[in-house]
Design a protein around this ligand. Sequence first.
Ligand code: ADP
Ligand code: MG
Length: 694
Amino acid sequence: MAGVPAPGAAAAAAPTAPGERLGLRSDWDYALHLPLHYVDETRVTPIAELRESRVAVVQARVLQAELMTARRRVLRVVVEDDSARLELRFFHFYPSWTRQYAAGRALRIRGEPRRGLFGFEMVHPVCHALGPDAPLPDRLTPVYPSAAGVSQAWLRKAVAAALRRLDAREWLPQTLLARLQLPPLGQALQLLHAPPPDVEIEQLEDRRHPAWRRVKFDELLAQQLAQQLARARRAEQRAWPLPARDGGVAQRLLRTLPFALTPDQAACVAEIGVDLQREQPMHRLLQGDVGSGKTVVAALAAAQAIDSGMQCALMAPTDILAAQHLRRLAEWLQPLGVGVAWLRGGQSRREREAEMARAASGEASLVVGTHAVIQDKVQFARLGLAVVDEQHRFGVAQRLSLRAKGAGEQRQPHLLMMTATPIPRTLAMAVFGDLDISTIAHAPPGRQPVRTRVFSEQRRDSVMHRVRELVLAGRQAYWVCPLIEPAADSPPGPKAQPELRDALATHAELQALLGEHGDCVGLLHGRMPAARKAEVMAAFAAGELRLLVATTVIEVGVDVPTASLMVIEHAERFGLSQLHQLRGRVGRGHDAAQCLLLFSEPLSATARARLRAMHDTGDGFVLAQKDLELRGPGELLGQRQSGLQGLRHADLRDDADLLELARGAAAELLREQPQAARAHLQRWLGGGMDWLAA
Ligand code: ADP
Ligand code: MG
């Protein structure tokens, strides 16, 4: 019959097991594969009472079936019950179906009624050859998230089987559940997969129903338990205490800096200073908007470590950023007698070995670099502090391996992570519950707000001329070409090229436009050798280059205070935090700064909202909050950020209250019923959570 294939049929036909295709393996995976929608098949609706677009079940007899081949082949079946007639239309069908819909046949039909020329019709309804006496289901029918080739019928059967086998023993104490007004887990799962007809479907589909809250709570609880256990484990670890020293490098650096710390910076320095004196390893995130001045805070932390006779390693995600840190930190610290080493990819072997030797001997107290710093061969004489800049660009494993560099005598280095992606409080709690956080909320004084304007790509020419005028008048500008992400499944290579081609073409265009001044237009992209990139950046920083055409390699950290104009092409392709990071490259000096966003149609609603937000505010926290609303936490934290990919059910936009409850409950459970806590964690860890690693 049309519609539902025999359960199990898909399993036999499919090349890979259907469950695998959805990532479902254990019974828990199936039990937690929760429906998106429900269909009420528990009641039969008379045809006369159908309502437009409201999916319904009718019980009717076939009046006639005919194959029409006018413009398109259509199988048209007219059915009727005691109240009215209904037309069914099938565009994809087998010839044998005409026989199956022989006149007089009793059918149970489920579909979405649409108003046609002669009353209601349904396109591709699901039909069963069932008489009016056949029993109706007594539960709502779940509709699951699925993938090509995995039928709903197969999923329903597989989930039901998993639920029968499942060990859904209740691990959480009755008192806790009663207090939070949450149902027992087994009951909640049963309800979600097979709700009784009187339940409010809306509450289920909006995920507000107590059964949904129970599942989300359990997920958040597992995550909070994992974090609190990690924190407890950390408290057992040892680090070398690094007390501040009178007259040391830190104090002298403070005196020689060309500026005074802002109160926020001073507070962060103090918080870090206290952590460093402890015998437990510091595990702190320093967050502050782009340009808020995190580097100097890191430099002062490094100085305190160096004053205790220990080394500091600083790791940054890109060559450009590492080179900039090197330049700035060397400028600040070398005059105070601090030895600095540099490790990066693409260094000549001799150079690298020399730098590594200085790290291993302890001659260099500060080692700055890219990922090269965490390679196995790199050794430190006495690593006391590890600093990771733009930490969200690194994976968990990379952050941890830097820490492992100091494991001599069972002591770990202190860890300071920095990020310019400000994180809303709820998110910080969920992802970094295991972390202490210091925040620089206000940028140093004297900053000019960046004026942001949005233009259609059609006005690109006039924007180019405007940029030309400003550059000729002595301003320095960035022109950013979009990063086109190659599709995840396509091989790297040709697909990654458009980015480069855009940058190259734009570079040539702008050079031509500037005529005799064409020499002051530079080009920077990710495929240039590191040394060449460093040269270009240095020339731009020195003002020899006035206009820098770049890909998003300049996105993080680049600091050239004299640059005051930023153009971003195809701004609609960038994420909000990326746009904010890019814009943060200007407005660092004393000149009034501008950011011009060029977009091309068509603009999606989200892209429009992003550009609007960029236009309306320069506040990174406001933008981060907006980003969270627009795109969800995964995007905000970037692909590499582990910890949130694991959250499948809870949504931090809606479930902040549950997160607070889970946090409290986790502490209580670990204290009072550690067995239950572990059982709960075990259950969820089986589902592929990787939070423990963070
Ligand atoms: P980010 O937080 O984005 O890493 P940086 O550390 O690169 O910011 O600082 C941005 C700019 O602000 C740098 O040029 C830095 O020297 C300058 N800066 C930092 N702190 C202060 C301050 N207290 N007063 C004036 N300028 C400062
Ligand atoms: Mg920085």
